[in-house]
Design a protein around this ligand. Structure first.
Ligand code: SF4
Length: 343
C-alpha cells in the first residue's frame, strides 16, 4: 500500500499543491493549514469546517502525523511524559512541563531515537544510537502534545533524546516550522548540545536567534572526558574558545548547563575552576541537580554543596539558576529519558 501523505510540517504552498492535485481548492488548503498549526486538532474528523467529502478524501490519501501517542505518564507535579510510536516501530519521548509561577508551557523534545554520544550519567546513552528523527517526526511531538492537552506550547527545548546538532538539517527545518507555522518565538526555543565544535561554528553562520545551551557538566578537560566521551574529540579548551566566538558573533548569551553530581563535579574547587573557565564567555549558568535512580551509581549533591557552588559562580558575576526538579517520579527528569520500549 502506498504511504499516505503526511500533512504536518507542510507549508501552505505544499498543502495547496496537494489539495489541488486532489480536486480541492486553495481555500481548503488554508483551512487545513489553520487546523494543523493554530488549532492542533486530534484527527481529520475533527476538521469540522471542511465539507464531509474533503475530509473523506483526506482520510483516504493523507494522515496528520506518522507517529501516535503510545503512552503517557503524569507526575504528581503535573509534568507529563509522552511516549510516541513512530511508523517504523521505534519510540521517541517528550516531556511537557508547566512551572507554577509562569503561564508558560515548556516542551522538551527529542531529535534522535537513542543517542550515540555516550554521556555516562544519561539514560538515553544506554540505548545507543538507533536513528535520526525526520523533521516531521520532530514537529509532530509538539503537535501531538497540543492536540492531547488542548493547550499551546509556548517554549520548546531540544533537550530530549539525542544530540540535536547531529541531526542538523532536520533540526533547522523543524525550528523554521515552529517559528513560522506554530508561531513560537525564536527566543523561546533552546537547543542543547554536548559540544560539537564544527556544528556550533555552522550555527554561528546562520540567522539562528534561539538560545544555544551547552551541556558542560565539568570544570576541566580531565573531569569532562571521564563523563562525556565527546570531550576526547572536542576538548574543553577548544570548546570554550568556540563558544566565545559563537557568543561574540551572534551577540547571544550561551546557557551553560551543569548537572551537579555528588563527589564528581560539585566541590568548591570545581566551582572555582568553572568560574574561571567561563569568565570571559558571555553566559548564564543553569545548575541541574542530578536525579538519583537505581540504574545509576551517581548521587544527588548535598544541599550545602549546591548552595556553595551557586554562590561561587554568582560571586564571579554569573547569573545562576537552579533548574527545578520536574517529573522525577516518572523518569521524566533530565537525563532519564530512555524510551524503554526501544529494543
Ligand atoms: S546527555 Fe544528551 S548528548 Fe549525552 S548521551 Fe544523553 S542525550 Fe546524548
Amino acid at each position: 500500500m502506498d504511504k499516505k501523505y503526511i500533512l504536518l510540517g507542510k507549508t501552505v504552498a505544499e498543502l495547496e499543491k496537494f489539495m489541488l492535485d486532489n480536486a480541492q481548492t486553495k481555500y481548503r488548503a488554508k483551512q487545513v493549514y489553520n487546523r494543523l498549526y493554530l488549532k492542533s486538532v486530534g484527527d481529520i474528523d475533527s476538521m469540522t469546517d471542511l465539507p464531509l467529502a474533503t475530509r473523506e478524501m483526506l482520510k483516504e490519501k493523507a494522515q496528520i502525523c506518522s507517529a501516535v501517542i503510545k503512552d503517557k505518564q503524569i507526575s504528581k507535579d503535573g509534568t507529563i511524559k509522552y511516549l510516541f510510536e513512530n511508523q517504523d516501530g521505534t519510540y521517541s519521548e517528550a516531556v511537557l512541563m508547566r512551572f507554577d509561577n509562569r503561564a508558560n508551557l515548556t516542551a522538551c523534545i527529542s531529535t534522535q531515537v537513542g543517542c550515540p554520544m555516550g554521556c555516562s550519567f544519561c539514560a538515553t546513552a544506554k540505548l545507543g544510537f538507533i536513528r535520526n528523527l525526520s523533521y516531521e517526526e520532530i514537529v509532530q511531538q509538539i503537535y501531538l502534545i497540543q492536540a492531547d492537552t488542548g493547550l499551546k506550547v509556548t517554549n520548546i527545548v531540544f533537550m530530549g533524546q539525542g544530540e540535536p546538532l547531529l541531526n542538523f538539517d532536520n533540526l533547522i527545518k523543524s525550528i523554521k516550522i515552529f517559528r513560522e507555522h506554530f508561531q513560537v518565538g525564536a527566543r523561546r526555543i533552546t537547543v542543547s548540545t554536548c559540544g560539537l565544535i564544527p556544528e556550533i561554528n555552522k550555527l554561528a553562520e546562520l540567522d539562528f536567534q534561539s538560545t544555544l545551551a551547552i551541556s558542560l557538566h565539568a570544570p576541566n578537560q580531565k573531569k569532562r572526558e571521564e563523563i562525556m566521551p565527546v570531550s576526547k574529540k572536542y576538548d574543553f579548551e577548544n570548546l570554550i574558545k568556540c563558544l566565545k566566538k559563537y557568543a561574540d558573533k551572534t551577540g547571544r548569551r550561551v546557557t551553560v548547563e551543569y548537572v551537579l553530581m555528588k563527589d564528581i563535579n560539585d566541590s568548591v574547587n570545581d566551582a572555582k575552576e568553572l568560574a574561571i573557565a567561563i569568565a570571559k564567555l558571555k553566559s548564564n549558568v543553569n545548575l541541574i541537580i542530578y536525579n538519583e535512580n537505581e540504574k545509576s551509581h551517581y548521587k544527588k549533591p548535598l544541599k550545602e554543596s549546591i548552595q556553595k557552588f551557586k554562590y561561587i559562580l554568582e560571586a564571579s558575576g554569573k547569573k545562576v539558576t537552579i533548574r527545578l526538579e520536574r517529573g522525577a517520579d516518572i523518569d521524566a527528569a533530565c537525563g532519564q529519558l530512555s524510551a524503554k520500549f526501544n529494543k
